[in-house]
Design a protein around this ligand. Structure first.
Ligand SMILES: Cc1cc2nc3c(=O)[nH]c(=O)nc-3n(C[C@H](O)[C@H](O)[C@H](O)COP(=O)(O)O)c2cc1C
Length: 193
């Protein structure tokens, strides 16, 4: 069967089911009123390495979600990498709260103080990228937010000889709906020369 992107359910269903597993950018921001916001975005990835740039995409609605609103106003955010130890807390922070309520306070997550940006990060996150807004691009009813990584935090227990080690990092991937995958089932394929 083939057809337009609406032929298999909604375009959201088609794209978010087939483009899996997706990494999750758990984005922390601070509003201009000083409210610390935290929410997961699985439309998230790396865009460039020189300069180091990542992206996430809040998808369409009439009203901006708290995260993009804060990024638009402050031009900064932190990406907290989601690993097994924080996955339940990550899910809790996807609840729709009023703009005046902080997901940090709702979940009891400790704030880590950031170095280059005003927004806090998740103290318990194994890896954190502090970002400044690189580009804001409207794509239909969604927004593509690009952020330049200006500072990084990596837990000592994720390092081998001072470098981040994939054998130690148990990132979580998002599948469709409420399904996730662990990344422990690994295999190697050597690339051709
Ligand atoms: C694992 C996960 C991934 C999500 N990814 C996205 C996403 O990529 N884009 C989006 O708009 N919403 C996404 N959501 C929904 C938002 O997290 C949710 O709308 C949240 O309330 C937004 O919070 P905010 O208004 O504080 O930014 C995701 C939810 C979960 C649980």
């Amino acid at each position: 069967m083939d057809g337009p992107p609406t032929a298999f359910g909604s375009p959201y269903r088609l794209l978010s089911t087939a483009v899996t597993p997706r990494p999750i950018g758990w984005i922390s921001t601070r509003s201009t009123d000083g409210i610390d916001n935290l929410a997961p975005y699985s439309f998230f990835n790396v865009v460039a390495v020189d300069p180091p740039v990542v992206m996430f995409a809040p998808v369409g609605s009439d009203k901006l979600k708290d995260t993009p609103r804060n990024v638009k106003q402050t031009e900064e955010f932190a990406v907290n990498v989601v690993t097994e130890r924080v996955v339940e807390a990550m899910n809790e922070t996807s609840a729709t709260l009023s703009a005046g309520e902080s997901e940090f306070d709702r979940t009891g997550l400790d704030r880590g103080e950031s170095v280059r940006i005003d927004a806090p990060h998740v103290a318990d996150a194994a890896v954190v990228f502090e970002c400044t807004l690189y580009e804001w691009l409207e794509v239909g009813s969604s927004v593509l937010i690009l952020g330049e990584v200006v500072h990084a935090h990596v837990d000592d227990d994720q390092l081998t000889d001072g470098k981040i080690d994939i054998d130690k990092l148990d990132t979580i991937g998002r599948l469709a709906g409420s399904l996730y995958t662990k990344t422990g089932d690994r295999f190697a394929i050597e690339r051709p020369p």
